[in-house]
Design a protein around this ligand. Sequence first.
Ligand code: PSV
Ligand code: MN
Length: 386
Amino acid sequence: MTPSSAVKAALSSQVVETPSWAYGNSGTRFKVFAQAGVPRTPQEKLDDAARVHHHTGVAPTVALHIPWDRVDDYAALAEHARERGLRLGAINANVFQEDDYKLGSVTHPDAAVRRKALAHLMECVDIMDATGSRDLKLWFSDGTNYPGQDDIRARQDRLAEALTAVYERLGEEQRMLLEYKLFEPAFYMTDVPDWGTAYAHCLKLGPKAQVVVDTGHHAPGTNIEFIVATLLREGRLGGFDFNSRFYADDDLMVGAADPFQLFRIMYEVVRGGGFTSEVAFMLDQCHNIEPKIPAIIRSVMNVQEATAKALLVDADALAAAQRAGDVLGANEVLMDAYHTDVRPLLAEWRQERGLDPDPVAAYRRSGWAERIVAERQGGQQAGWGA
Ligand code: PSV
Ligand code: MN
């Protein structure tokens, strides 16, 4: 087994980015259940994110979603973050919530709609310039509902044209993270349905274009860790949108539905040398019925637990068993690490950093939940308004 000191050192370099939208109200297409104390502004979302970082010590960056987090002065928003020990992370573009996008955004058959969508993507890069964000995250809801509705190849050409324009606009240190999703909202065909399509576009664009793996965006039974291993091997894994799914894109807390899958993914990250700042560990979740801040703290802890277990895998013993063709032995090495209770190690790691060993309990004792309910009266609660 890897010594716990080495595991702790590796854990200290991990950053888990929380999504601004997870702090706001959310729901399904049937109902959004509002929660008392939910932020009304991007600034209040950052105030909540600062609590998550305060208790976990590993969540110093917050992803924004535009226009959900639109403000007049992004440099001032970045300063608001800085004052709370945070940085602004990935800028997520939104070309899926306007009437114009009914038939697509950058792949729409009408050039005027494509221009509008592209202008939004460019605006997102302007925002990155102001916030100092490195990553532009692109997810397109584009697709078709019926065979023959539009030309599959022409839509790929339009997509490539828009991505090229955005790529050329990126600064030296900026990256484009292209997200894929097999299903939803288009029913027949999605324009970026899988990692292969995203990878093909990224490959043509250049090294600043990277694929992002949202764990909820695959068919049931997909071997996500294989995708992770492959993208890392090709130098194209830009990051993760972590969440859990039982049925579709459920956006539940990462590690809740299938902690073993999360471990297998993190093992491939460790194995592939992806445990670096080049791979962004982002959450993309919504907390519809559970209190949001403790759920986000729990999610961060779940990522840490899976990471610690992956770091504990005895690489030498595993390689030896694999070389010897020892099927059961090799599997046992992996399972030994998975079955290790890493909670005491993580509690120790937290105490060494001056953190409470139990972040959720510490949050509950902090009084923040009561404070925001009392203070955040009036105004319009943030949410994506389903
Ligand atoms: C789409 O399902 C997605 O995963 C994209 O990342 C969006 O930006 C995000 O969800 C919105 O919650
Ligand atoms: Mn996502």
